[in-house]
Design a protein around this ligand. Structure first.
Ligand code: HAM
Length: 449
């Protein structure tokens, strides 16, 4: 006989259980509602893609691609990877489905699991969930001039406004938005800056940690992300991108800020916000929230003009973000610590029980099943015990599942067509006719049809 073995979820993955899943559903429903009001439609890309897609889009030198992807050889010897993020997939889908021919811009959102082999800790998992959105627009002839700088800025600001609206709707606390512009990939803009930064870093190389020393060659911008205490004063003295933006990028960033102001979105500038994915240009942003410890970024995003082209499509602009849903939920729960998790159960109104049907006698089971069918068809939450229980036991059970009413169905009730309904909160009982039952419960619970 096989040895007995208890299995556990793989490190960095976890089961999401009720009642917390009710909160997840509520958060997702709210995102759909809010994003819908901004004209976004849902896309559901696959969970795995060719490894090469992420290597190209996110960047072969990034931590995500070089260290954190779950990649494997498929049976036909092609390399596939569990998606570490979804922007690459959305761009792949945009090209594959000729979305450049759709009404522009194309606004899409997604909700689902992502996979990164990071060191697990609070707010950091190997399977985590993102709620993200992307706005894509293929350039028409004659586009791409100075007018676009203002237009892009307004699009960026509206995308940020959408996330902030969503967070406000959820009552997320301690929300702080940081923005930056990392310019564009040209000698007179970011490329020139990166060379200056590399030179400055080389001068202080001996004072830097191992990671930062390596990044001087591979990706000097990422040194700005360092959280190492002793590197902070060194980083503060490094050249800043804001002093090296080209004219267009500078104008664009000023306009992004003006557009955020117009929308009443409060932000802080952070010149060190460079983000860990290679596809960004110009606007980048991150949002933090309360109660998350060191993993406090609840949303990250930015502009990625050119990514669709890099993946074989036409010249296309892009801007988007992804919210870490696990962190969002953690922060919401943290703020509501004093409220028992049952609060979510009641607030969400999905699990729990409106009516517990206590029945005794095989004739009564038929009536009980019919009553359960009618009540459920009216959207009410019903518990029907699978075997008959003595009424005392049934009422105890009704209490345990938190039912509001117990419907008592014995031989007398079935014979008279008058059912006994007990309100569990105060123990009162009344008779209600079988025909009026559904309306009666609906009225009492305030349930909608
Ligand atoms: P990201 O900054 O890599 O950006 O991830 C976005 C958010 O996902 C983070 O701010 C964080 O809340 C959450 N997150 C990332 N890794 C983990 C993890 N291991 N555990 C829990 N949560 C995590 C992107 O993924 C870009 N695709 C965002 C984007 C869309 N940019 C443009 N469009």
């Amino acid at each position: 006989m096989a040895e007995k073995r208890r299995f556990q979820a793989i490190k960095g993955t976890r089961d999401l259980l009720p009642p917390e899943t009710e909160l997840w559903n509520r958060v997702e429903a709210t995102s759909r509602e809010v994003f819908g009001t901004f004209g976004f439609g849902e896309i559901r890309p696959p969970i795995f893609e060719p490894t090469e897609l992420f290597a190209r889009a996110v960047g072969g030198e990034t931590d995500i691609v070089s260290k954190e992807m779950y990649s494997f050889e498929d049976r036909d010897d092609t390399s596939v990877s569990l998606r570490p993020e979804a922007t690459a997939s959305v761009c792949r889908a945009y090209i594959e489905h000729n979305m450049h021919a759709w009404t522009q811009p194309v606004k899409l959102y997604y909700i689902g699991p992502m996979f990164r082999r990071e060191r697990p800790q609070k707010g950091r998992y190997r399977q985590f969930y993102q709620i993200g959105a992307e706005v894509l627009e293929t350039l028409q002839q004659g586009q791409g001039g100075p007018k676009d700088i203002a237009k892009d800025a307004a699009v960026d600001a509206e995308v940020v406004e959408m996330v902030m609206t969503f967070f406000a709707r959820l009552g997320l606390e301690g929300v702080q938005l940081e923005i930056n512009s990392i310019g564009h990939n040209a000698a007179e803009c970011r490329r020139g800056y990166v060379e200056k930064l590399r030179a400055a870093l080389t001068e202080v190389k001996d004072q830097l940690g191992e990671d930062s020393r390596r990044r001087i060659e591979t990706n000097p911008l990422r040194v700005l992300d360092s959280k190492l205490e002793h590197e902070q004063p060194i980083i503060e003295k490094l050249p800043r991108i804001s002093d090296h933006l080209c004219d267009d990028c500078r104008k664009n960033f000023a306009e992004v800020k003006r557009q955020l102001d117009l929308r009443g979105v409060v932000y802080k500038e952070n010149w060190r916000l460079v983000r860990g994915l290679d596809y960004y240009m110009r606007t980048t942003f991150e949002i933090t929230a309360r109660g998350l410890g060191s993993q406090n970024a609840v949303c990250g995003g930015g502009r990625y003009d050119g990514l669709v082209e890099l993946l074989g499509g036409q010249a296309t602009k892009g801007i988007g973000f992804a919210i870490g849903e696990d962190r969002l939920i953690l922060s919401l729960l943290e703020a509501r610590k004093e409220v028992a998790s049952d609060e979510w159960r009641v607030a969400s109104g999905r699990i729990g029980c409106d009516v517990y049907i206590a029945w005794m006698g095989s004739d009564c089971q038929v009536a009980a099943i019919k009553a359960a069918q009618e009540l459920r068809a009216a959207g009410l939450r019903v518990e029907l015990p699978p075997v008959e229980l003595k009424f005392g036991k049934a009422l105890g059970q009704a209490d345990k599942v938190g039912a509001r009413f117990a419907l008592i169905l014995g031989e007398d009730e079935v014979a008279s067509g008058q059912w006994t309904v007990k309100t569990l909160a105060d123990g009162t009982q009344e008779k209600v006719s079988a025909a009026e039952m559904v309306d009666w419960v609906r009225r009492k619970t305030g349930a909608k049809v």
